[in-house]
Ligand binder design. Structure first.
Ligand SMILES: NC(=O)c1ccc[n+]([C@@H]2O[C@H](COP(=O)([O-])OP(=O)(O)OC[C@H]3O[C@@H](n4cnc5c(N)ncnc54)[C@H](OP(=O)(O)O)[C@@H]3O)[C@@H](O)[C@H]2O)c1
Length: 344
């Protein structure tokens, strides 16, 4: 029976600020099909998802779940191939592409019921981690259900060129909104405007304070802001509240500017709740896992959009399993465009 050398990235030390390789250790073991119990499959991991929430889970404070345990394999979504299976009741077979939540390890044994089969003839398999995966799910349901976009409204999106943001801006355009995208480089803002059809863009690094970015936003949003889809928090978000319209919807999807230290030791922000009162606005947090059971609904609508190119996307693919922790660090320096993925 073939034995496979299995390298695993073990999360071993809680970061205080930025996360990097020093918070992980590599562990090597072997695995084979003889360890499979009924109902299980052995996967060869081919593409690993690298996501900002991994840093949230490293905070010691309570979030939506327990902090990621130390000295365990870093959790995360993976696209892989089945190389062994012990489940006569499953329709899965050796050679099938699947998406799983088996984390940063080269091989994984997992329950067949937890796997979602992918069809590489339909769309590239990496899309299951980004444009047709978890980030797209929260972009789609967050914007449509919490944002309730209406034709002609102004939607501002921060983190606009990332995995979530690139989907939000395009769905907002499909819904007939005027879209303003905020991102951290001219390359990203050019992509947003020229490829994704975003109406107006801001490179926030040219406006490094709340008054500066507020001034720019007020120029680009002459009719005010009806929906703000927030991926970053911090001073960019602080600038929004002065500009919101009556009944505005503020969707809190992420706060990446606060993850590297701010979650454990929050900085004091401005008090803005009176603006919510004056405008009868709504602030709503949204979480992808709350829509897990509606994945197919999203896929049915969005897969044809991806196939016919009405939904465009970028992926940043880093080569090499050994680069996983450094890839996670890249998110906090804005070194990715679109979904960040590591290829085994
Ligand atoms: N609620 C949910 O269920 C859910 C699900 C997925 C993601 N999220 C959240 O959504 C956000 C985006 O996630 P993603 O997966 O799409 O990641 P992403 O946007 O593809 O990558 C992260 C991006 O954040 C930006 N960034 C990093 N530090 C920043 C800072 N200090 N200020 C402003 N921007 C900063 C960088 O782009 P720039 O070059 O533009 O700075 C970077 O490329 C994150 O906050 C994440 O936690 C939430």
């Amino acid at each position: 029976m073939t034995k496979y050398k299995n390298r695993q990235w073990i999360y071993s030390k809680r970061p205080e600020k930025l996360v990097d390789e020093s918070h992980y250790k590599i562990q090597t073991s072997t695995t084979d099909c003889s360890s499979l119990r009924p109902g299980q499959a052995l996967l060869k991991s081919e593409y690993f998802s690298v996501d900002p929430y991994m840093r949230i889970q490293q905070s010691e404070k309570e979030t939506w779940e327990e902090p990621h345990p130390l000295n365990t394999v870093q959790g995360g979504a993976v696209v892989g191939k089945i190389i062994g299976i012990k489940d006569p009741h499953s329709s899965l077979q050796i050679g099938d592409w699947v998406v799983s939540y088996t984390g940063w390890q080269e091989y994984a044994i997992t329950e067949t019921q937890s796997l979602r089969k992918l069809n590489p003839k339909e769309v590239p398999v990496t899309t299951a981690l980004g444009i047709l995966g978890m980030p797209a799910r929260i972009a789609y349901f967050g914007l449509i259900e919490a944002g309730k976009p209406k034709k002609g409204e102004t939607v501002v999106v921060s983190g606009a060129s990332g995995a979530v943001g690139q989907v939000v801006v395009q769905i907002a355009k499909i819904k007939g909104c005027t879209v303003v995208g905020i991102a951290g480089s001219d390359e990203k803002t050019t992509y947003l405007k020229e490829t994704l059809g975003v109406d107006e863009v801001i490179n926030y690094k040219q406006y490094p304070s709340t008054p500066e970015i507020k001034k720019e936003l007020s120029k680009l949003c002459p009719n005010g802001i009806d929906i703000y889809y927030d991926n970053v928090g911090g001073y960019i978000t602080d600038a929004i509240f002065e500009l919101i319209n009556r009944k505005a919807r503020i969707i809190i999807c992420g706060q990446i500017s606060q993850y590297s230290g701010g979650l454990d030791n929050p900085e004091l922000g401005p008090r803005f709740l009176h603006k919510i009162l004056y405008q009868r606005a709504i602030i709503q947090g949204v979480l992808a896992r709350d829509y897990n059971d509606r994945m197919n609904e999203m896929l049915q609508e969005m897969t044809p959009w991806v196939q016919n190119n009405s939904l465009k996307y970028k992926e940043t693919i880093v080569e090499g399993f050994e680069n996983l922790p450094n890839a996670l660090n890249m998110l906090f320096y804005g070194k990715n465009m679109g979904k960040l993925i590591v290829k085994a």
